[in-house]
Design a binder for this molecule. Sequence first.
Ligand code: PMP
Length: 422
Amino acid sequence: FSGAELARLRNDFPILTVPGRSGEPIAYFDAAATSQKPQCVIDSLVQFYGGQNAAVNRGTHLLGDLATTEFENAREAVAHYLGAQPEGLIWTKNATEALNLLAYSLSAPQSTARTAGFKPLGPGDEICITRLEHHANLVPWQEACKRTGAKLTWLEATEDGRLDPQNFERINERTRILAFTHVSNVTGALSPVADLVARAKAVGAVTVLDSCQSTAHGPFNFRELDVDFAVASSHKMLGPTGIGALIARPELVDQLPPFLTGGAMVTWVEMDSATFHEGPAGFEAGSQPVAQAVGWARACEYLQLVGPERIAAHEHALGEELLAGLLEIPGLRLLGPTTMEQRAAVFAFALPGIHPHDVGQLLDSKDVAVRVGHHCAIPLHQHFGVRSSARASVSLTNTSAEVDRLLAAIVETQRFFGGTNV
Ligand code: PMP
């Protein structure tokens, strides 16, 4: 973006003017945890609640019709942005729920009301994940293994926290499901999706992509990625909290048994049995997150308007600056690849002798917001031999000046705690 373009873009985000503790605007480097929202997304919630709110799919009054139309238009808009089909997009409350839905449905016994096109998992089968996974794409598969007797296997990470195609022989004829992240929320490492999909296809495994850290940072096309399932999260994509999605090849939707059951997902109910909707509705039990869907759709339109390629270029350029600066700080340990070709602009780091919590607090006192902790990826931190880290993540609204502030604040943190040899 040119300086003027970036200034205009930043104007769309009211939160960027909120003063921090020292009175300066906050340099927000925590978009990997949750993104900030442009005014149009905030407005879309107000407009929906002020002009269209009603329960959906109960079309006997005008507001019900309006809300239903908005809800289904939103499904179309979000699916379109992600290169998917609305018939394959199931709303969930977040990406974690989408992964639970999938892990539960794929590990259900065959005795369901639906055609089970997926042979039940059992002893001898394997579910393969990776060392890089967020707990959301790890624990649900552990539970699926417990339920079925299948074995959990994983692809190890390289020393710098990447997946290496040399290690893909772990994916073998016993592998029934391969679930992996698109971009690590810790190391920023980009997964070799095409290699993984090719390997999974060669052994007939179902592929599941966790795209929480990729969809807001550049072009994303579910169809081109050629996976069977993906999950996405609105709140990481400038949209509201409280909504995520499971994206599926549409023909797979009706092969999955339902996860949550109750109202709205049934076509008929007797005292001792029920039949379920086909398509996404069969998974959307209870009252739907309508305003959230509307807000997410607005966020997708906004991202499209700004331009995914331009967002990627901007974040890549800032990533280069930040990476170069981090690598120059004596003693700083970067947890992840050291070239931008192998990573997104998500940087977890450790300062030896200084607890990440103290790093976060010192940066906060300088109005620089980063995340500290294990970032819901304890096994990956174990791989690096640390309990936790600080993480700075770049988004479309960050500036070079903010990168300088971040780097200066890290150096100042080291100085405050007595240099690098504490
Ligand atoms: N996977 C990854 C890689 C993530 O970064 C996150 C969010 N931290 C999740 C899954 C979970 O997403 P949600 O908050 O929508 O449940």
